[in-house]
Ligand binder design. Structure first.
Ligand code: PHE
Ligand code: ZN
Length: 876
């Protein structure tokens, strides 16, 4: 690193000195270079106080400026300064036309930011600061302008030429080249700009909006993937309808396009009218796609569509406000998915993710509030905190206001700020103004990091017929924030009597949201004549850790009787955690393992019960994950967690074998594949039962898995069976199936990713060597983020016993990959670093090894800002 990178602070925000009225772009795309012509109509910003201020354009160091004029004349040398990423123009008139021509090289762009090539097609990724890799521009979200874009390229290679908005003109040039001009009438920041050029095929459909306008919907992909686009189209139509019904939001352009690309750093991008998607988030077909991916496609299509209002029409003032659009949009897509499928299942899945990955982030060296106040590289802040915790914060506002007032608030927000670039404060203010609810204290959620903890104790007073809950809240220190003020926390509770009936609470209902605001506070329930069992944090009403000394019998009681589906599942998790933690504690002192029979009894009851939602049954019967137990550990004992979990799984499998088999057979139906919630639930229960059966290590069940593999007509059943056989002790059978699978699917890139992941996650010995050899397999491509994630990240995050091998080989392997990737694709390099950043959670011997690798990365020359920020913060 030649120079320490600069820290950017929210407190330094100033309004832009110039505004851009319109932007006209012309792209000449060639195989060895691309020329970008830009014409900006610029005027001084009346809101900017510095009257002589200069104009700051951003342009990546690699941009080659060919020509620059103002009102047709070249600038004199004194008024142009190029400093790193900045091109500063001074002595400027009030209004002027700025023209530039720039040479760029998408054909060698491996960072996948700005304009780059994915499998022979050109595409762009501009959020957050990728536009500055395309041309010189005030690349900041509060500078919004209308864009008119002409794309010119070879007609044969690139028959399809797309940009934002509507196509307005097209034509042909000499030498087999053609061009299309697109116009986007809605002012937008540069991060929402998009361009695509390639040999693409598409499917088309339409949507009639609530005011009766017909919108053309087009989804583009490579020809071989045309049979995998219908589900995304259906999901798009459902999203459009849902946003009209639930938020009153109508689509605004005449055309909505989605393009699938194979090389993409993230999931998808909401560019105005022209979403660009990672193939993994848009392609879906029963033969090649698992249930989990079907649901992901539905959710991500919705997410990007919802951004059209929460993100595009109303955008962010600066990147510290990222959660304004992401937190809100994740909340919106979660509610959409809940409405389309099972609400409880969706909640359980989201909470599981939050409690493992986000809580771990909040407790680690990169912890930040959902609205951070400083960063080195904004790409590092597309985090679980900004997205998922951000969504939880919006959900809490929804809980505190209730659905009607929340809708009033969102209406006011959209109406007040349409066409503007605003802050999270503007969002909260609109919610407050529309509802009359004081959210003063609530704002702490936006600027305080860390996961609050609630310590709850209770007291029953028979004489007074009173039940009292005392809630104490704390929040651990996080980097730069030693002391926290109390949060306002909606705590949803219910009380159950000894027979399992719910009691009426102070509000006359069975559930009540207590508003916790003090460091310590007591809530009194009157007219209670026997000690109840409390059901706490129903529906996970706040992103907190809850501590209450439940007895195991009480947890079983809640599993059986709680009316809140989420809480029934959570009781099962707590019971599992409690039992596992006891065994994990005994593991290091060689205490022989024995399983509390209550867990067996609880599982049996769930397996025997009729009429339960199958998806919930399979969630309840899934032991707390290794990742969740790690997050809950003071010091993570990787081997203890793994072995205890496997011991319990095996024990349960033997004890409940006939029931697992019965449930397996009942749910192993020969029906056509459908990705609806009930069918998904059935398959998930079936495959969970199969996994327990295989855990017995009886050959008949391995055989059963092989049969399922051979007979399945869908990828969900096929990949579940494959993973079970591949991870079993029968390595010969595993290898045979893996070979068969590859031979069958080698031309389906996304299916090959499943094949890589299954091998990367195999906990048996020698995993690192297998992963290293897969890196040389034709199935792997170190330039493709999906391949890197499937192989390397899965190994590091989902194969803890091997990644954390005592000799440090896993750590060294990851550090080697980061060092290679640092130059090639800094965003991916920095994301892949995460497992090493958690070194403080491990025992001393591993700490030393992990730290040594972080140091090694730290000492490399030419570290990207992305990697530098994460490594240096982790070493503090
Ligand atoms: N804004 C995208 C989304 O959340 C995510 C993204 C960020 C994609 C940065 C690419 C680059 O929908
Ligand atoms: Zn988003």
């Amino acid at each position: 690193m030649s120079q320490e990178p600069k820290v950017i602070y929210l407190k330094d925000y100033t309004v832009p000195s110039f505004l851009i009225e319109s932007t006209e772009l012309r792209f000449e795309l060639f195989e060895e270079e691309t020329i970008v012509h830009a014409e900006l109509k610029v005027k001084r910003n009346p809101a900017c106080e510095k009257s002589a201020a200069s104009l700051e354009l951003f342009g990546h160091e690699e941009l080659e400026l060919i020509e620059l004029t103002i009102d047709g004349a070249a600038l004199d040398e004194k008024s142009v300064q190029r400093e790193g990423e900045l091109l500063i123009l001074s002595s400027l008139p009030e209004t002027f036309v700025l023209k530039s021509s720039t040479r760029i090289h998408p054909e060698t762009n491996t960072a996948l930011e700005g304009l780059y090539k994915s499998d022979g097609m050109f595409c762009t990724q501009c959020e957050a600061e990728g536009f500055r890799r395309i041309t010189f521009f005030p690349d900041r979200p509060d500078v919004m302008s209308v864009f008119r874009t002409t794309v010119e390229a070879d007609k044969k290679r690139y028959p399809v030429l797309l940009s934002n908005g509507n196509p307005v003109k097209t034509g042909e040039n000499a030498e087999g080249r053609h061009w299309v001009t697109w116009e986007d009438p809605f002012p937008k920041p540069a991060y929402l700009f998009a361009l695509v050029a390639g040999d693409l095929k598409c499917i088309e459909d339409s949507f009639t909006t609530m005011s009766g306008r017909e919108v053309k919907l087009v989804i583009y992909a490579e020809e071989k993937d045309l049979d995998k686009l219908d589900y995304a189209m259906l999901s798009l139509q459902k999203s459009m309808k849902w946003d009209e019904e639930v938020y009153g939001r109508e689509y605004d352009l005449d055309i909505y396009m989605i393009v699938a690309v194979d090389f993409f750093n993230m999931g998808a991008m909401e560019n105005k009218g022209l979403n660009i998607f990672n193939t993994s988030c848009v392609l879906a077909n029963p033969k090649t796609t698992t249930d989990a991916s079907f649901q992901r496609v539905e959710g991500v299509v919705a997410h990007e569509y919802f951004h059209n209002w929460s993100g595009n029409r109303v955008t962010c003032r600066d990147w510290f406000q990222l959660s304004l659009k992401e937190g809100f949009t994740v909340f919106r897509d979660a509610e959409f998915s809940a409405d389309m499928n099972s609400r409880t299942v969706k909640r359980v899945e989201d909470v599981s993710l939050l409690r493992t990955a986000q809580f771990a982030e909040d407790a680690g060296p990169m912890a930040h509030p959902i609205r951070p106040d400083s960063f080195i590289e904004i790409s590092n802040f597309y985090t679980m905190t900004v997205y998922e915790k951000g969504a939880e914060v919006v959900r809490m506002i929804h809980t505190l206001l209730g659905p009607e007032l929340f809708r009033k608030g969102s209406d006011l927000y959209f109406e007040r700020h349409d066409g503007q670039a605003v802050t999270t404060e503007d969002f909260v203010q609109a919610m407050e103004d529309a509802s009359g609810k004081d959210l003063g204290q609530f704002r702490a959620w936006y600027h305080q990091a860390g996961t609050p903890e609630l310590h709850i104790t209770d007291e029953f007073d028979g004489q007074k017929e009173e039940y009292r809950l005392t809630v104490r809240q704390t929040c651990p220190a996080t980097p730069g924030q030693d002391k926290k003020t109390p949060f306002q926390i909606p705590l949803s509770v219910g009380l159950l009597d000894q027979e399992g009936n719910e009691l009426r609470l102070t509000n006359g209902e069975y559930s009540e949201v207590l508003e916790v605001t003090e460091a310590e506070q007591t809530f009194v329930f009157k007219g209670i004549n026997a000690k109840p069992v409390p059901s706490l944090l129903r529906g996970f009403s706040a992103p907190v850790k809850l501590h209450y000394a439940y007895q195991r019998d009480e947890l079983m009681f809640l599993m059986a009787n709680d009316t809140d589906g989420f809480s029934r599942w959570d009781a099962a998790q707590k019971l599992g955690v409690d039992i596992m933690q006891e065994l994990i504690g005994g593991y290091s002192v060689d205490r022989p393992m024995a399983l509390d029979s209550r867990l067996i009894a609880a599982y049996r009851a769930v397996l025997e019960a009729d009429g339960l939602d199958k998806a919930m049954v399979s969630k309840v019967l899934t032991l707390p994950s290794q990742a969740y137990l790690s997050e809950l550990s003071e010091v993570i004992d990787v081997d203890a967690i793994h072995n205890v979990r496997e011991f319990i799984r095996k024990k349960l499998a033997f004890e409940l074998e006939p029931l697992f088999l019965k449930r397996y057979q009942e749910n192993n139906l020969e029906v056509d594949y459908s990705p609806d919630a009930d069918s998904i639930a059935r398959r998930s229960l079936k495959n969970l039962c199969l996994s327990y059966l295989v855990a017995t290590q009886k050959t008949e069940y391995l055989q059963l898995a092989k049969e399922q593999y051979a007979q399945s007509d869908n990828m969900t059943d096929m990949q579940s069976a494959l993973a079970l056989v591949a991870h079993s002790d029968d390595k010969v059978a595993g290898a045979e199936l893996l070979d068969d699978f590859y031979a069958q699917w080698k031309d389906e890139s996304l299916v090959v990713n499943l094949w890589l992941s299954i091998q990367a996650a195999d906990p048996s010995e020698g995993a690192l060597a297998r992963v290293e050899s897969l890196m040389h397999h034709p199935a792997f491509d170190a330039k493709n983020p999906n391949k890197l994630r499937s192989l390397i990240s899965v190994f590091c995050a989902q194969n803890p016993v091997n990644f954390h091998a005592k000799d440090g080989s896993g750590y060294q392997f990851l550090a080697d990959r980061i060092i290679e990737l640092n130059a090639q694709n800094p965003q991916i390099a920095s994301r892949m670093l995460t497992p090493l950043t958690r070194w403080k959670k491990y025992a001393a011997d591993r700490q030393v090894l992990m730290r040594a690798q972080l140091e090694r990365i730290h000492q490399c020359d030419d570290l990207s800002k992305d990697v530098f920020e994460v490594v240096s913060k982790s070493l503090v």
